[in-house]
Design a protein around this ligand. Sequence first.
Ligand SMILES: [Zn+2]
Length: 231
Amino acid sequence: MKKRIPPFIDYYEALELPYGATAEAIKSNFRKLAKIFHPDNTETGSEESFLKILSAYQVLSTGKRSVYDEIYKKIQAARFLKEQVSLSSPIILPPSRVSFSTGILDLAKRGLMRKGFRTKDRRKVTGINYDIIIRIKERETFRRIIATIPLTVRIVCRDCMGGNPHCPACNGAGSYKSSRNLKVEFPPSTLQNNRLFEFDLSKFRPDSFTHFKKKLLKVKLQIEKKITLAV
Ligand SMILES: [Zn+2]
């Protein structure tokens, strides 16, 4: 059987004092709270609360305090470290938060996605000046964000290097369609609503055979505020 470790009780908090409070403050707060929680007090008495402040007082007002303080410091340091680690580790966004700019379907229907129709012209028509939208929750903006963007790529046929119209591997197409996941990272300082980011895709090419359809990828961030319902 595992030995059960009793939960650590913050005696300073119990006496409504900060760590390192003076002996006088401990005594005075204990007296004040004891009057409130004493079971004889018919209005505010509470045996549980009274026993808690009594234990706190019996430790903090005696020689046991120095031992308790040592443990207290270690636990606080461990808590602080844990918090720091969780704050510094990135948030990996689920794929559902990454979407192609709204209106792509609409654009396709209107024929605006056809080859030769330049992004510049498309933007002029629709006002959409980004390719990808990434949704982040407001409470996530204190951490580094990592998002994965799926992108269509063309890969040059390695069998014929794109030069054989009779190549059996690519049926003479010279290249084939594939997809690659692009990992992008946003430091907390950049997480602003509606901010646009441009990624030069040439820097992300995994090898010389892979070609992204676009040169520049425009990503828009959307910070979603927590919606609180008015009561
Ligand atoms: Zn080929």
